[in-house]
Design a protein. Structure first.
Length: 129
């Protein structure tokens, strides 16, 4: 395939979510450090997605992500360390197009995790209604 079609959109989405995470953190409404990921960069046929302060190594370990151009498909790859094991670079999922892999990563690993760490300022108490 040899091209990262949609890379600009992916970088824009990562920039947007980093800004959201930083804004929530500055308001005290983000329960971890921000951002979760730094801006990605190309390393040959691999797009590296570096961990940010919110995904730093801790007692549980760490996970690194990248998207690899494998000529006929793109793979979202993970590596890292858990409490007991070192996980080698291995594919987590495959996609026919880079933009599909990028959308999946932003949705599942950035936007959804941001929502999980978001501490809303007010929530209605259901028991009182």
């Amino acid at each position: 395939m040899g091209e990262f079609a949609g890379l600009t959109d992916f970088l824009d989405a990562m920039t947007y979510w980093n800004a959201v995470q930083r804004m929530l953190a500055s308001d005290g409404r983000f329960t971890t450090k921000a951002p979760l990921y730094e801006l990605p960069h190309l390393d040959g046929r691999r797009l590296m997605i570096p961990r940010g302060p919110g995904s730093a190594e801790n007692s549980e370990g760490y996970t690194d992500y990248s998207i690899l151009d494998e000529s006929d498909r793109y793979s979202l790859r993970i590596s890292g360390r858990t409490r007991k094991d070192i996980r080698p670079d291995r594919p987590k999922s495959w996609f026919g197009h880079f933009d599909d892999a990028a959308k999946y990563f932003v949705g599942a690993h950035v936007a959804e995790i941001t929502r999980m760490f978001h501490k809303p300022s007010t929530l209605p108490v259901v028991n009182l209604q």
